[in-house]
Design a protein. Structure first.
Length: 168
């Protein structure tokens, strides 16, 4: 099966976890901290993984890296090189069964709320009937008419992600 097909399959099978607190601040041996930055969706993820599974998961997540510090996402820069991924957003589980991984997602520092926006299902097709917006250099996100990078939801007054986590 082609790599993009596997990625699409795993993305379609992603399941959100209900735990409101980070799962992966510290890893218990034999697990090690791994991370990956996904600028297209605006997040960096941290997980605890048995190192013997690293090569398997790396096939599905090319940016997957073994961490050398406690909170590696906080050292990663957004595409504009002006913010780092410091704000805990939520904990999710991607995949299913033996191919599942629970991870903490971190957003760029003070990233504007963008629950009204979505990531295009197929990036190359863009945003139909909505405004493509780069937020902190991440995305593009498909947002309502009138959206700007600092106000992706237009003139609505919404808090930043660090104040009120919501599912995007």
């Amino acid at each position: 099966m082609a790599r993009s097909t596997w990625q699409l399959l795993l993305a379609c099978l992603a399941v959100a976890a209900a735990d409101p607190s980070p799962c992966c601040k510290a890893c218990e041996l034999p697990k090690v901290k791994v991370f990956s930055t996904d600028a297209a969706h605006g997040y960096c993820g941290e997980a605890c993984m048995d190192p013997k599974n690293f090569n398997l998961f790396h096939k599905f997540e090319a940016n997957l890296t073994i961490a050398t510090e406690e909170h590696p996402c906080s050292k990663q820069w957004t595409p504009l090189n002006d913010k780092q991924y410091t704000d805990y957003f939520k904990t999710v589980t991607h995949g299913f069964g033996p191919l599942s991984c629970t991870l903490d997602l971190y957003a760029p520092t003070d990233m504007p709320e963008h629950a009204c926006c979505s990531a295009p299902l197929i990036r190359q097709l863009g945003c139909f009937g909505s405004t493509p917006v780069l937020i902190d250099g991440t995305g593009p996100f498909c947002c309502p008419k009138g959206a700007t990078p600092s106000q992706p939801c237009g003139n609505q007054s919404l808090p930043v992600l660090s104040d009120s986590p919501v599912i995007v």
